[in-house]
Design a binder for this molecule. Structure first.
Ligand SMILES: NC(=O)c1ccc[n+]([C@@H]2O[C@H](COP(=O)([O-])OP(=O)(O)OC[C@H]3O[C@@H](n4cnc5c(N)ncnc54)[C@H](O)[C@@H]3O)[C@@H](O)[C@H]2O)c1
Length: 437
């Protein structure tokens, strides 16, 4: 039986705290696709298909025709930033999309003006801005964000909204007492508890407004018991964290393959150079620590050294990011992978990925926004583990381990869609072949 899913009628607002390179590349991209200027390459919701039933049935619809997703024409974009520049000017400065394409979208992009941000330099040392809210305490700032959301909804005649954090990476912090319950968190808002970061205030405001919240950066944000309690009690979906793009995407493609063939690993050395504003923020050791923690987890979970000590015990894993301005958004990543085969004979793999950071991240923002809206309309609330596919450091319920293998993540995502629509899950057993032919 298909799940009860509310139809995607009316307009969907997508709000991004942070209107920088990723957010403007995402928005400009959606507008370009809407205007038939370009194709939504990299977006599973727009280009992907899903196999249904037995292979012999030949049922392979596009995902967007199979599940009731909001259409691109029904999206409205807005956000907050500490810099008052409109989306056109920021996109121009970010240097990701070419000027010719941006000029075709100039009027629509110029109309997107960021709202004043909630910001605290203690959490992002290398940034400074003038477009910032002031308030008597963090509760007051959360209330101001809630009013922004309500006004944006009314002004744009929206039916529903989602929020996707596209702001800078905040300094690494661990969950403390103020994060352990909603009660403690709300008390902390009133007393300006230092452990409550700006991204947590946005997440709190979104959840209080019944709006799904997704976290594209490695900040702790919604990955704390207090906000998860709110997500469950208010019946709102949350997901995160840190968009899985460049190097970690390749890592979670390659590592499952090595493991599938029982090839051993002695070490994996990863280094990157990038020259955009994200790179500048990550040049601060506290913000880098958030990113490093998010990037380091994947291999251990995929390779399971505790189950395969002969293959993966004590492998050396190192991740570096260096800020190098000449490259702008065009990140370059190098991986040196020391593997071993039959009888322990060593081999090496070298990967040199000349990628484009925001080009890889933009379609993820779109997919995550559309799927989070689908989750909300399907009454799926709390942590959306089926969206792990999109994240470097997937959020999971307490006592569960995160799934990092891209192919298991993809199966989980597609099976969730099949389940929602009352279709059989695909197990790849191929019984029809063995028993029917
Ligand atoms: N591009 C990728 O491949 C990728 C992958 C994973 C994660 N991310 C994360 O996505 C985020 C955005 O990346 P980007 O390249 O667009 O960076 P960016 O620096 O171009 O944009 C971030 C924007 O957020 C704004 N900002 C910072 N704190 C804010 C706050 N409290 N409220 C509102 N605005 C705030 C900044 O002024 C800036 O304009 C970063 O945290 C980055 O680590 C990016």
């Amino acid at each position: 039986m298909p799940h009860e899913i509310e139809p995607a009628r009316g307009k969907l607002g997508i709000l991004t705290p942070g209107l920088g390179a990723v957010a403007t590349t995402f928005i400009a991209g959606c507008l370009a696709v809407r205007n038939n200027i370009a194709k939504p390459i990299g977006s599973l919701t727009q280009m992907g298909t899903i196999r249904l039933g037995k292979r012999t049935e030949n049922r392979v619809p596009l995902i967007k025709d199979f599940v009731p997703l909001a259409g691109l024409d029904d999206l409205v974009f807005g956000g907050w930033d500490i810099i008052p520049e409109n989306a056109y000017d920021t996109a121009r400065k970010s240097g990701v999309l070419d000027g010719q394409t941006l000029d075709l979208l100039k009027d629509e992009l110029r109309a997107i003006q960021p709202m004043k941000a909630v910001f605290d330099q203690d959490f992002v040392k290398n940034l400074n801005g003038s477009h910032i809210k002031s308030g008597k305490n963090k509760q007051d700032l959360a209330d101001q964000l809630r009013r922004d959301i309500q006004t944006f909804k009314t002004d744009n005649d929206l039916d529903r909204m989602v929020m996707v954090w596209c702001g800078s990476t905040e300094a690494f912090i661990e969950a403390g007492p103020v994060h352990q319950s909603l009660e403690a968190f709300e008390e902390g808002l009133k007393t300006n508890a230092p452990g409550i970061s700006p991204s947590m205030i946005y997440a709190y405001a979104a959840l209080k407004e019944g709006i799904p919240f997704a976290n594209g950066a490695p900040n702790l944000t919604v990955d704390i018991p207090a906000l998860q309690e709110l997500a469950y009690s208010a019946r709102v979906p949350v997901s995160g964290k840190d968009f899985k793009t460049g190097q970690t995407l390749l890592k979670t493609i390659l590592a499952p393959g090595l493991k599938a063939r029982m090839l051993g690993l002695a070490g994996w050395y990863s280094t990157n150079i990038l020259g955009n504003k994200d790179g500048e923020v990550l040049d601060d050791p506290e913000s880098f620590k958030s990113k490093e923690m998010s990037k380091l987890g994947a291999l251990d979970y995929i390779l399971q050294p505790e189950i395969y000590p002969d293959l993966y015990k004590d492998y050396h894993h190192k991740v570096r990011i260096d800020y190098y301005p000449p490259r702008g958004d065009n990140k370059e990543g190098w991986d040196n992978i020391d593997i071993c085969g039959w009888l322990g004979y060593p081999m090496q793999i070298k990967v040199n990925f000349l990628c484009r950071d925001s080009i890889l991240a933009a379609p993820l923002v779109l997919d995550i926004a559309l799927f989070m809206d689908l989750a909300k309309r399907s009454e799926m609330y709390g942590i959306q583990e089926w969206l792990s596919f999109y994240y470097k450091c997937p959020m999971v319920a307490e006592n569960l381990y995160p799934e990092h293998d891209l192919f298991i993540q993809q199966t989980k995502l597609k099976n969730t869609l099949r389940h929602l629509m009352g279709e059989d899950l695909i197990t790849h057993l191929g019984l029809e072949y063995y028993y029917e032919n």
